[in-house]
Write a protein that binds this ligand. Sequence first.
Ligand code: AMP
Ligand code: GLY
Length: 443
Amino acid sequence: MKVLIIGGGGREHAIVWKLSQSSQIDKIYCCPGNAGISELAECINVDDNNFEALANFARYEGIDLTIVGPEAQLSKGIVDVFEKNGRKILGPNSKAAQLEGSKVFSKDLMKRCGIPTAEYKVFSSYLHAEDYVRMKGAPLVIKADGLAAGKGVIVAHTVDEAIAGLRLIMKDRAFGEAGNRVIVEECLEGEEASFMAFTDGKTILPMVSSQDHKRIFDGDKGPNTGGMGAYSPAPIITPELESFIMEKVMLRTIKGLQSEGINYKGILYAGIMVKDNKPYVLEFNCRLGDPETQPVLSRLKTDLLDIALAIADEKLSGINLEWKSGASVCVVAASKGYPGAYEKGKVIKGLDEAGTMDDVIVFHAGTAFNKNKIVTAGGRVLGVTALGKDIKEAKLKAYKAIEKIHFSGMHYRKDIADRAINRFSDDFMTDRKQPRTQKREAP
Ligand code: AMP
Ligand code: GLY
């Protein structure tokens, strides 16, 4: 079989790495890929926003299945174009991808379906939004409706910050049309976790839980990033919470979409805030998390191709997921300046030394070849991931590995997974039993 992966980040390297272990696959293509991916797949030079060209490539090369990594292509309708061309593809179509592409769509769905989430109001007029913010008072969260490359959410601790956020989105149009509407939302306090599931629109198969670290600096300081590290499992997601999330969030979402004639196929990712042991949905994503995918897929035993084909063919009820027990930790190495402007082209040393350590996988994100040297080519450069019998051990191995790697201006957080290690007792640190998966059917 031949597969094509769309994307070129750490998440896509993890997908390609996992698929490369499938005995059923003859060849993997990736568009655009990166230096690490090119060791396992043929990286192709097709415009990844030209869906007709990609579908033509898939037809010409006889590609059996395409898997889409990033949300942008899903929102813009890559799945619709591939399906129109009779090509098998994994991911929600553009209607279903509104779950991530429009925060108003997803909040309204949550409200209709009784899915626990923060109180909110939607505005298309700046003046009405400002009045509401002044009336409510801080803290508040201001959200642009559309996709804004992860920058469209402002957690405002004062009324002035909230109004500055409204101005940025609605007046300065920092995110273009994504700012036609805003959500002003109650600010929730608690601990965040990522809950991802595979679904074919009927069966929902949860993955092991994970947690990422959004801020750039240790101690959750500094601006938000795409994610500076992640670990799995997330001890905050107890089996009781998992059951609750499956019932009250995942199942209700899939059923709610069904009742609107939308068959959601692909990955359903709920960003959860756990407050007083109760989960609230902060957002839905229609794709795998980055960097959560790196620790999660490194624990998956089941052949990812079987899962992907079962989703595309709507036969997911026949799949049972198997996971490695223990834990996995991913530490991201970023370029100096990220998440602001950063330099590229710095030579990366120590990749082989780190990559050959036991239980370590060095996933590439923003990397490229310059002649025969691997150089930095993005803000997030690598996701050094290690498996261990528990989070403590996995963390130790990941940090031992990242210490072997160097590039000019390299920055990484030193406290990835400490939150879990410090807050929970040893009993919580390990999935000693085979992790359970609570398969659910949406009739
Ligand atoms: P979102 O894209 O909606 O997940 O928002 C990005 C980040 O903003 C989340 O990961 C949270 O850290 C934060 N956030 C979003 N909504 C809220 C909320 N209602 N209360 C507190 N923090 C939030
Ligand atoms: N790491 C957060 C995300 O993928 O949205």
